[in-house]
Design a protein around this ligand. Structure first.
Ligand code: KIV
Ligand code: ZN
Length: 513
């Protein structure tokens, strides 16, 4: 019988499934930032990446495993020997390591993707789980596309995985196909038929029909005691189940679920902003729990009700998820202590040396604008402090951009490359186009611009402008961010940063540029 009550384990896969999403590209330093904040949020398991998928992923899993000590650190692996060995190596420095092995079990995946029979898949499960268990004592097994798999076959697959040593069994709704009631019943049936008390049943739901949170919660009602989820619901296609929505549902309706998590929910808002800033994926204003409008009451009747008693229109307090009542600005009289405290509250983890540099930049900014908002601080932290690649091929030295009504914008850019200043100029359809064309003339290669957006860090006219760029060259993608009170400078800095990251990733993968 499925257990009821107790604690639900929160397995965060922002750095693996979330990072796998289109237009998301984090480097190792950024992944460690996110992992540190996930640790403060008190997640139980961090899936840090898929080590065999690329050298970058391997490095990131290794770095997270070495630096983040409290949660379990998981690495994903197919049933292939080289994947499992690579995950084991990347996790070797972890205080608590988990190898997460998966193989697809649905007829469509087995026939067209794996080209394997049921018997062959069972053989893979057997040898892969046994191998993983020989490396670590904590092994999770996932049956990819479980919700479209034959239930009798799934029962055999999970039973075998448990017999070979898996301690967590994951039932993914890989393509977001399930319906909440149906998925709850499906999970409950598997749990009852496999009937192994002591193992943990987990779910991993995608959001293709917008039902990932509902499906995950339905599975919790049926006995699942681990939920795989991501911050802001980031993930493949329409994303994964959003952690903040799952956790706040369990907390707010503990009467319904009789189960809770160990998450420090007051860190949700800062974690959401950190992930959004580092990935460049914006959070929709009406997003539950962490959207800027999540606690804004606009209608007169609502405001009146709120003044009488907040519970009339609020089922959770903004404080419980760390949403700021008002954005308290810092200014030139703010000291180092107040600044450092704000940086920490915003979810950033910086070294003493980085903090000195950040404070100097903050003071510089105070000379340019009267008040420095949280958004301004976040923008320059990500651009100038934690976003820096160690080996820089190009540095922005100077730029001049002219825009006049009736004429074509022109840009002249000087970059320093290997100690030499190189200047090029170009006209363009707009100032950014002109600047990017001039930069491309300086470069010895021609990267493709995959993504470009600019935003202001607050509603004020003197807000810092933040630009986000993703470039691709050959199979390598790299993002760059730039922040400045001058929006054109921000866009140029973002491009140059992305170029430097392209070089860095290319060198790590031995790809020539
Ligand atoms: O969506 C999925 O099935 C996955 C598995 C690897 C767990 O991401
Ligand atoms: Zn997934």
């Amino acid at each position: 019988m499925a257990e009821s009550g107790g604690t639900v384990i929160i397995f965060d896969t922002t750095l693996r499934d979330g990072e796998q999403a289109a237009r998301v590209n984090l480097n190792t330093g950024e992944k460690v930032q996110v992992a540190r904040q996930l640790e403060r949020l008190k997640v139980d398991v961090i899936e840090a990446g898929f080590p065999a998928s690329s050298p970058g992923d391997f490095d990131a899993v290794r770095a997270v495993a070495q630096e983040v000590r409290h949660p379990v650190i998981a690495g994903l692996a197919r049933t292939k020997e080289r994947d499992i060995v690579s995950a084991g190596e990347a996790l070797s420095g972890a205080a608590k390591a988990r190898i997460h092995v998966f193989i697809a079990t649905s007829p469509i995946h087995m026939e067209y993707k794996l080209k394997m029979t049921n018997a062959e898949v069972l053989k893979e499960v057997e040898s892969a789980v046994r191998l993983a268990r020989g490396i670590v004592s904590d092994v999770e097994f996932s049956a990819e596309d479980a919700s479209r798999s034959d239930i009798d076959f799934l029962v055999d697959v999970f039973t075998l995985a448990i017999e070979r040593g898996a301690t967590t069994l994951n039932i993914p709704d890989t393509v977001g196909y399930a319906m909440p009631m149906e998925f709850g019943e499906f999970c409950g049936t598997i749990i009852n038929r496999v009937n192994r008390p002591g193992v943990i049943w987990s779910v991993h739901c995608h959001n293709d029909l917008g039902l990932s949170v509902a499906n995950s919660l339905s599975a919790v009602r049926a006995g699942a005691r681990q939920v795989e989820c991501t911050i802001n619901g980031l993930g493949e296609r329409a994303g994964n189940a959003s952690m903040e929505e799952i956790v706040m549902s369990l907390r707010t309706r503990s009467d319904h679920f009789g189960a809770d998590t160990g998450i420090d929910t007051s860190k949700f808002y800062s974690t959401s902003k950190l992930v959004s800033n580092l990935t460049g994926v914006l959070v929709q204003p009406n997003k539950a729990i962490v959207g800027v409008n999540a606690f804004a009451h606009e209608a007169g009747i609502h405001q009146h009700g709120m003044l009488c008693n907040r519970a009339t229109y609020e089922i959770m307090t903004p404080e419980s998820v760390g949403a700021p009542g008002t954005d308290l600005h810092l200014g030139k009289h703010s000291g180092r202590h107040a600044f450092n405290e704000r940086v920490e509250n915003l979810g950033y983890h910086i070294t003493k040396e980085q903090s000195e540099k950040a404070f100097d930049y903050f003071k510089e900014l105070c000379d340019k604008k009267k008040e420095v908002s949280d958004g301004d601080i976040e923008a320059f932290l990500t651009d100038r402090i934690i976003d820096v690649v160690p080996d820089r091929n190009y540095e922005l030295k100077d730029f001049a951009v002219t825009v006049a009504s009736g004429g074509k914008p022109t840009a002249s850019i000087t970059l320093t490359h290997l100690g030499q200043d190189i200047t090029e100029a170009s006209v363009g359809n707009g100032p950014v186009d002109a600047a990017y064309k001039a930069i491309r003339r300086i470069l010895s290669f021609d990267p493709e611009l995959l993504e470009f957006h600019i935003r202001a860090t607050s509603e004020l006219a003197d807000a810092v402008g933040e630009a986000h760029v993703i470039l691709r060259y050959k199979e390598i993608k790299a993002q760059g961010r730039g922040a400045s009170t001058d929006i054109i400078e921000a866009t140029i800095r973002a491009y140059v940063e992305a170029v430097n990251r392209l070089y860095y990733s290319a060198a790590a993968r031995e790809v020539s540029i």
